[in-house]
Design a protein around this ligand. Sequence first.
Ligand code: UD1
Length: 458
Amino acid sequence: MGTSSRLQLQRTDFQWTGLREKDFEMDKFVIRGGNPLLGTIHVSGAKNSALPLMAAALLTDEQVILENIPQVRDIQTERNLLAAMGATVELGYGKAQHRTIIQCDKVLNPEASYELVKTMRASTLVLGPLVARFGRARVSLPGGCAIGARPIDLHIKGLERLGATMTVEHGYVEAKADRLRGGEIAFDKISVTGTEDLLMAATLADGDTIMQNCAREPEVVDLANLLIKMGANIEGAGTSTIRIKGVAKLHGAKHRIIPDRIEAGTFIVAGALNGGDLHVVGCDPSHLTVVLQKLEEVGVKITKTADGVRVQSEGSLKAADVATEEYPGFPTDMQAQFMALATQAEGTSIITENIFENRFMHAQEMLRMGANIKIEGRRAIVRGKTLLSGAAVLASDLRASASLVLAALVADGETIIDRVYHIDRGYEQIEEKLKGVGAQIRRIGELLPKRAGVVTKG
Ligand code: UD1
């Protein structure tokens, strides 16, 4: 099968075909660097909002309709997770391709298996809604991952505070409660999915819940907005203290997911490389305040427009230090992309990773492309500007892969990025979007011709 027809299939049907994830695991990106990115690029819906919002559909027997769903692999995984429990999940086709309709009117099996959880840690988000509505949940423990240990103790302790009996056995966490009761939860540490999981659980608890030291991410607010539409009583989402008055039942709702601020940030960095002039459309600049400020510090011209952000760069960038923090601080999910930019800035940039303990895997690959980076514990010291040269590199996790795409866009010659299934987890058609603004990027793969023609409503 020719490359163009294969790409056609990729572009239109990637997540929605009968093809298995495995069929795409050998895909690679081939990128030739040097072109400035010029024109308009569109931002998709936020994956990290879509995941908890889909889980929220477990809280009602009525339909939950979500719009602006990104077509990425994690969404397909979440669909499989909900469907395995007995939920009906329709992912849109044709014009409705960014919509999903979920109905959990006959959930029989409140379990999330290791097979599903291991590929997507956010599967833990079903724990709270399942025990709140069905009185029982059994979810595989996620285990370690490329960027660190990622425990779920905060979810477990929080549910205990709401009266659930929690047991951890055979690699699974099990939660039981006839009905959750409201309580006080003070998180030891700020956790995004921890806040979301407990927020969902508390909506159906008996009585009032106060949650302190909550995550303040826009995705938490988006979830609260959906839950409020479903009949929940919530105050304070987006601040550190959230108050929830439990209700007996929630109903269906329709909601449009917020834009993906990390995808937007990735494109903004891409525009800043090679002296580009890029209009990143459909994002919400208010979700990117610190990232945009940092880019201005680096010497990039940022203009907020009616529908997004225009990024212009003359090509000369200066070093700046960055330390990741919980929202509204600089996002850990933008750290790797910033590192790619720092290799192109004059001077020394110190990048401190405060959220995850092992999130510098991309640095090893950038070194292989000629970057000057030294890792000292949680700090990466990047000395620039270095001329990067194309090489064969390996994507290790979602955001690391994005940073390698960025590094490849400025590198001299051709870069081949292996294991791009990581990037497919969270970026919708990234190669098509980048190609549309002048990048030389193409996907190559090893999809067998006999499977390439299979298109079903999987
Ligand atoms: C979410 C995002 C992810 C982002 C991360 C930090 C989703 C689906 N994913 O992940 O893209 O990188 O926030 O912004 O929204 N922790 C514990 N115990 C717990 C839970 C977390 O110690 O029970 C620790 C983690 O190991 C980490 C820190 O808390 O060091 C923050 O993690 P958390 O905010 O929970 O990340 P996620 O919600 O998994």
